[in-house]
Design a protein around this ligand. Structure first.
Ligand SMILES: Cc1cc2nc3c(=O)[nH]c(=O)nc-3n(C[C@H](O)[C@H](O)[C@H](O)COP(=O)(O)O)c2cc1C
Length: 475
């Protein structure tokens, strides 16, 4: 469409060139005053005619564009693109208010599998994509410095197979230059989004590393970082954060963070893990359990920032709960542990019940056959130790969660991993533990959850955000 319009413009300009008299007249000859007056009027008429024609062309062009996005998801909107790419020259560094609703990122990002270190690696994502064609997948966090210092070895950290789209790269870091460079290097891999980790409470990350959730304490920096990332990436950018850190846990502080980041950067999408982080040395696992979930903060953000997009995360375990959140207005839902610990039930029904498309009707036997082709080709390419069979098989181990034969399958898997060298032999040796009825069934609806899980949220919302705009802007 865009090419068509460009060609149309060239065509019109060429025809105007042919048909209109030259805009620059020859200089008037002295002593020919009446003739010169006549020529001046002629010139004026020509100039007015040209202005009118240009106005009409501009009008036609504007009607054709209609101020809408060419792509529908916002990335191809010319105005938005110019604003994003030229933000620093347009704004002169002064934060702009978050733009109107049209610039929301793609709504199809309704169901996401969370980034999880050591879990959502290439092998897990391959399995997840065999089960759901539509869920958005997130990589594990890749630290910006790793990308920058491994420039010669980037495939190891950034390559993925095209089937994994839609896929978002999560990066971590607190050095502007490295974040920008990492985004630029990752750009060649054509991720569908790039996300900054502002939620990890691990000591290595938020303590010694001074990034992850610690970044929430410096929203201005996050705004600058997101601006740097966005200007080095063609993919939409997003932030994944908690609802607070230690005693910085009021709703207003969360809103200040969102407001500042959205004002200082093109970030329009935030993934909210709806519990705060405690930086008192408790383990990351405890930090995903101990601080209580406060979904009301998430729904408050939906109310107070109607022009931004928010994905809810934390404690959501099944499709019923995904749909319950969407029913109450959630733009997107991110599921972490459940999608890893019980991939078949959590992801098997997503395409039909969240995305409304016909089920692929795939069975676990078929998924495993396809995974075997993938896995053995990798082992064949790089040898049995890199990655090793255990790493490749790890995401499969939960595929029969709660099914008859699961216990025996795990024991057999443990034994097989001691000597098998291919996924084919591993599956041959272990699958006899699983009844055919389980292997050949297509995804059932999965465990049912609280269909009204978020129904009472509107009565619990925090008071509306009192913008500290002036303080934030001048900070
Ligand atoms: C093993 C593990 C690793 C994780 N690694 C990351 C990570 O790299 N980046 C991130 O933003 N969150 C990470 N998380 C947090 C999850 O993305 C998610 O926010 C959290 O588990 C809450 O969602 P859930 O209740 O659906 O699991 C990790 C969680 C787990 C269990």
């Amino acid at each position: 469409m865009f090419m068509f319009m460009v060609m149309l413009m060239w065509d019109v300009v060429a025809r105007l060139d042919d048909e209109l008299p030259p805009l620059v007249e020859a200089p008037p000859v002295v002593g020919e005053s009446s003739h010169s007056t006549h020529r001046s009027i002629e010139t004026l008429v020509v100039v007015l005619a040209v202005i009118t024609i240009i106005g009409v062309i501009a009008g036609i062009f504007a009607r054709l564009c209609g101020g809408r996005h060419f792509g529908g998801s916002g990335e191809n909107d010319i105005e938005g693109w110019v604003e994003r790419k030229c933000r620093s020259c347009i704004d002169g560094g002064v934060p702009a208010a978050p733009p109107p609703a049209e610039s929301k990122p793609a709504a199809e990002e309704a169901k996401n599998v969370a980034p999880m270190m050591d879990w959502t690696d290439n092998h897990y994502r391959t399995l997840a994509r065999l089960i759901s064609k539509h869920a958005w997948l997130y990589t594990e966090m890749v630290v910006a410095e790793t990308i920058v210092h491994q420039e010669e070895n980037l495939d190891r950290f950034l390559a993925f197979s095209p089937e994994q789209h839609p896929i978002v790269l999560q990066i971590g870091g607190s050095n502007l230059e490295n974040l920008a460079k990492a985004a630029a290097l990752a750009n060649a891999y054509c991720y569908d989004g790039i996300n900054l980790n502002c939620g990890c409470p691990s000591g290595k990350v938020a303590g010694h590393g001074c990034f992850g959730v610690r970044l929430m304490l410096n929203p201005k920096f996050v705004g600058e970082a997101m601006s740097a990332i966005a200007s080095n990436s063609d993919a939409p950018v997003s932030v994944k954060c908690r609802i607070g850190v230690d005693d910085h846990d009021s709703y207003n502080e969360l809103c200040d963070f969102i407001y500042t980041v959205a004002s200082k950067s093109p970030t329009r999408h935030f993934i909210i893990h709806a519990r705060k982080a405690l930086l008192n040395g408790i383990s990351p696992a405890k930090n995903r359990k101990i601080p209580p979930l406060k979904y009301e903060y998430y729904f408050g953000l939906l109310r107070d920032f109607p022009d931004l997009q928010f994905t809810i995360n934390g404690g959501i375990t099944c499709t019923d709960e995904v749909n319950a959140a969407r029913k109450e207005g959630a733009h997107g839902v991110m599921v972490g542990r459940a999608a890893y610990n019980n991939p078949w039930s959590t992801l098997g029904h997503v395409d039909t019940s969240v995305y409304g498309v016909a089920s692929s009707g795939v069975s676990r036997r078929q998924v495993l056959e396809q995974f075997q082709v993938y896995g053995d080709s990798i082992l064949g390419k790089y040898g049995p130790n890199k990655p090793n069979l255990r790493q490749m098989v790890k995401p499969l181990l939960n595929i029969f969660h709660s099914e008859p034969g699961n216990g025996l399958w795990k024991r057999k898997a443990d034994a097989a991993l001691r000597h098998c060298t291919t996924i084919e032999s591993f599956l041959e040796e272990t699958l006899e533990a699983i009844p055919d009825s389980v292997l050949d069934s297509t995804p059932a609806k999965g465990p049912s959850g609280r269909e009204d899980a978020f129904a009472n949220m509107h009565g619990l919302l925090p008071p509306p955000y009192k913008s500290r705009e002036r303080e934030v802007v001048s900070a």
